[in-house]
Design a binder for this molecule. Structure first.
Ligand SMILES: C[S@@+](CC[C@H](N)C(=O)[O-])C[C@H]1O[C@@H](n2cnc3c(N)ncnc32)[C@H](O)[C@@H]1O
Length: 224
């Protein structure tokens, strides 16, 4: 029920995932646009700081943006400030942040509820929790060779979990053909980025008719 973590021993797999979806809208620019000028922001599961870089390139200017991740390997490439810790035990005082972001990170938790409670604890009164997560029904065109693994924070279930902890929850789903895979190497890279072993991805890619446009499904969840 949780996606396996390989960030410490196979960082290239994550990096491949950041480039293997040509045509997908920029999730991090969308998240950056939600951040209040002058606020303090915590990015839980920050990896190498993709959100920090999107904020630096955008027009919203938080006063503070702190990354937090379990993976020492990921954090080495983070522009900082960043801390190594677990989403379920945030090393911060109650009410320390105006925004807590969890972008594609709670899918790694067997039970996201303790992490949701921690996010709420470190948020100031009226603070914003922002989560982005993929649907179990993502990439349906690839279903003959691959299906997203079930996680405890799939977009189908995540809003209900967030509602159990936060009072006001808005869900902005996405469901559209977004990713263009022109040839078998692109299909292979897409599958490897999603944790398919490379040799299996190589074979699977040969069975997929290309060019292929893949439907991306997921949700941005905003809660207070
Ligand atoms: C799919 S990556 C997402 C990274 C980044 N937010 C993004 O959207 O590209 C998931 C990240 O969550 C981190 N992670 C997984 N479980 C965690 C936990 N319990 N506490 C903190 N970070 C965790 C992983 O190390 C990894 O860097």
């Amino acid at each position: 029920m949780a996606i396996p973590r390989d960030y410490d021993d196979n960082p290239d797999r994550y990096r491949r995932g950041m480039t293997a979806s040509p045509g997908a809208p920029d999730l991090y620019a969308a998240l950056a646009a939600e951040l209040p000028d002058g606020g303090a922001v915590l990015d839980v599961g920050c990896a190498e700081g993709v959100l920090s870089r999107a904020v630096a390139a955008g027009s919203h200017r938080p006063r503070l943006l702190v990354g937090l991740d379990r993976s020492a390997t990921m954090l080495r490439a983070h522009p900082g400030p960043a801390v190594r810790a677990c989403a379920t035990a945030l090393p911060f005082a109650d009410g320390a942040f105006d925004v807590v972001v969890a972008a594609n990170s709670f899918c790694h938790l067997t039970d996201p509820r303790p992490a949701l409670r921690e996010a709420r604890r470190v948020l100031a009164e009226g603070g914003l929790f922002l989560a982005a997560t993929i649907a179990h029904s993502d990439s349906p065109e690839l279903a003959p060779v691959w299906k997203p693994p079930r996680t405890a924070f799939d977009a189908e279930d995540a809003p209900g979990l967030v509602r159990a902890v936060f009072d006001r929850v808005e869900v902005r789903p996405w469901d559209a053909p977004m990713v263009h895979l022109p040839d078998p190497p692109a299909v292979r890279n897409y599958l490897v980025a999603r944790l398919m072993p490379p040799a299996e991805a190589e074979i699977s890619a040969r069975w997929v008719e290309v060019p292929l446009t893949v439907t991306k499904r997921g949700a941005l969840i905003l809660a207070r």
